[in-house]
Design a protein around this ligand. Structure first.
Ligand SMILES: [Fe+2]
Ligand SMILES: [Fe+2]
Length: 217
């Protein structure tokens, strides 16, 4: 994946920049309050330890996703026949989604996101409308989306394996494959947005003390 391209088209980044332009035009929010230039990359060693741990967990997940993707591709090339290697790598992701992802997402959703969401609202980094939305809302939606895609993919794999008619199982396996690819793409972009946009924003808007408080939970 070319991260430069992602950066150019990333809707979260565009969203932040668009809203910032709007806010800059508002007399209630002086331009220096927030501008796109404030979403500057923050090096790993300058991140709060709480965020570093989340980034470490992202790294582990990226490896699992890479293995999962390579297994999907070999499985398709192998005319939908499973082998031990493919099974192992596919299962690795599903057990990761079961055992590791919920704890990771919970840390983000319970400790980081509520405070970040309210800071984004305070600094004008939100959509307009009756219910203002921030980048945090997008991240939370993606947590749900990936859990649903994981369940769907696993169900298609099970169903396809049980079907006796080859043509029918091929159709279902093709669906499992597509869901699997979407999981990989969604998670990669999600991690990229958190590491490159959300967490640097959090470093701007949340104090060391507040991060330490999150860590003590
Ligand atoms: Fe997340
Ligand atoms: Fe995350």
């Amino acid at each position: 994946m070319n991260l430069n391209n992602v950066n150019k088209v990333d809707p979260v980044k565009r969203f932040v920049e668009k809203e910032t332009e709007f806010e800059e035009a508002s007399p209630m929010n002086p331009p220096e309050a927030f501008s796109p230039s404030t979403v500057e990359p923050v090096a790993y060693h300058d991140m709060a330890p709480f965020l570093q741990k989340l980034m470490d967990e992202h790294k582990v997940l990226i490896t699992v996703l890479e293995n999962f993707e390579s297994a999907l591709i070999s499985w398709k090339k192998n005319d939908w026949y499973f082998n031990d290697e493919i099974n192992k790598k596919l299962n690795e992701l599903f057990s990761f989604l079961d055992n590791n992802t919920p704890g990771h997402n919970k840390k983000e959703e319970k400790l980081l996101f509520p405070l970040l969401h309210s800071r984004l609202l305070q600094t004008g980094e939100h959509s307009t409308g009756d219910e203002p939305k921030t980048a945090v809302d997008i991240m939370e939606d993606e947590h749900i989306k990936v859990a649903q895609l994981g369940a769907l993919c696993l169900n298609f794999l099970g169903l396809g394996s049980r079907l006796e008619d080859n043509k029918s199982s091929e159709i279902v396996f093709e669906l499992a494959y597509e869901q699997g690819k979407t999981i990989v793409e969604t998670m990669r972009l999600h991690i990229y947005r958190e590491d490159e946009t959300l967490f640097p924003l959090a470093m701007k808007l949340i104090s060391n003390e507040e991060f330490e408080d999150m860590e003590s939970h």
